[in-house]
Design a protein around this ligand. Structure first.
Ligand code: PHE
Length: 368
């Protein structure tokens, strides 16, 4: 195929243009009679569509660029038809303009070994959380969740933290901006504990309940080796007729033994939470030294692990408005809450809480 000169247009009238383009279409036809192999197709493509030397570009340069403004549209329309004609021929030759070399480069070598995806593993934090949850599931507890963005009512007021109560200060709360115009109880904040889900659960279902609630909580704590402003808790709630402090002790003692091993002992210390009365902190015998005293337990033999207590009748009284079954004269219950990071760090001997959030594979692989 020779690079013929582009004939000059005899004029810009419709007939002139039709005649000129018809000649080129004939040319396209002639040059496409023998497109039987890739080589020929590629030649045809280059001859017509080549970006620098292609005939289509030459035609555009010769006819379109120099045409008077009002003829451009008419030439352009015919030009597009011509381009379609060339494309059609390329397509029917079974090739849309990919050269053999290109095809070879893009071909898939089915004999190559596949890409192996490394097997994933549960994150040590999530693994710990799931293990804690399943200890309680085995005792007949169900599992629930609740929102991380909470109202002041559920995070505090319904749990017997009245406005301005000093107990609120123990939970450095991150509040959502621009809530000042709402009544206090409706203002949004990041939940500081999973306890609001106790209330949400009781409002939804009549007693008895036995539920554990794993989840993320937020506090305005400075990050250090053992603190993070975002961490995880597992909450528990058990309500029914005649639930006693002995049930609480037995349940948590069993749970700690199931989780850490049967030789672990528990002891309960008086504590304070506005929504439980009486309240207790639970310690377990040091899992590192077995209770004889070591650096990990600060030579006390005990490690403090969770907070708990009997649900305060004042909490039931508030829930009662929505679920009459929670009559403090007829039901009693206990609740507990524990920090998952602390437990995971103890269990796996992790000294920096930040490692749990680093996403560092060298760290995570150790738990796979
Ligand atoms: N919500 C309490 C806290 O985060 C823990 C707790 C839960 C205490 C349930 C008693 C009962 O500090």
């Amino acid at each position: 195929m020779s690079q013929n000169q582009i004939p000059e247009l005899s004029g810009f009238g419709g007939d002139d243009l039709d005649a000129a383009f018809a000649k080129i279409v004939d040319e396209v036809q002639d040059s496409s009679t023998n497109l039987t192999d890739d080589e020929a197709v590629e030649q045809f493509r280059l001859h017509w569509l080549g970006r620098k030397q292609g005939r289509l570009k030459a035609i555009s340069d010769a006819w379109l660029k120099s045409a008077p403004a009002d003829a451009k549209k008419h030439i352009g329309q015919r030009f597009n038809k011509l381009k379609e004609e060339i494309d059609r021929r390329l397509e029917s030759a079974g090739n849309v303009g990919i050269s053999r070399a290109q095809l070879a480069a893009e071909a898939i070598d089915v004999t190559l070994p596949g890409l192996r995806r490394p097997l994933g593993a549960e994150h040590p934090l999530i693994k710990t959380m799931n293990e804690i949850v399943s200890v309680f599931q085995a005792m007949g507890y169900s599992v629930g969740v609740g929102p991380e963005v909470e109202t002041d009512y559920y995070n505090f007021e319904s749990l017997n933290f009245p406005p301005n109560h000093p107990a609120r200060d123990t939970q450095d709360t991150l509040v959502i901006a621009n809530q000042e115009r709402k009544p206090l109880r409706d203002r949004l904040l990041m939940r500081t504990h999973t306890s609001p889900v106790q209330i949400r659960t009781m409002e939804r279902q009549p007693p008895p309940v036995q539920i554990v609630i794993p989840g993320k909580v937020h506090r305005n704590d400075a990050a250090d080796a053992t603190h993070s402003p975002i961490f995880h808790q597992v909450e528990g709630l058990c309500v029914g007729p005649k639930i006693t402090f002995s049930d609480l002790k037995g349940t948590l003692d069993h749970a700690m033994k199931a989780f850490f091993g049967s030789s672990v002992k528990t002891r309960f210390f008086p504590s304070f939470f506005p929504f439980t009365e009486p309240s207790a902190d639970v310690q377990i015998s040091c899992i590192f030294c077995g209770g004889t005293g070591c650096r990990k337990c600060k030579h006390s033999g005990w490690i403090e692990l969770l907070g708990c207590g009997m649900v305060d009748p004042a909490v039931f009284a508030l829930v009662q408005a929505k679920q009459p079954g929670y009559d403090p004269k007829k039901v009693s219950g206990f609740a507990f809450g524990m920090g998952v990071e602390r437990i995971a760090m103890m269990k796996y001997g992790i000294s920096e809480i930040g490692q749990l959030y680093s996403g560092d594979m060298r760290f995570l692989e150790q738990f796979a």
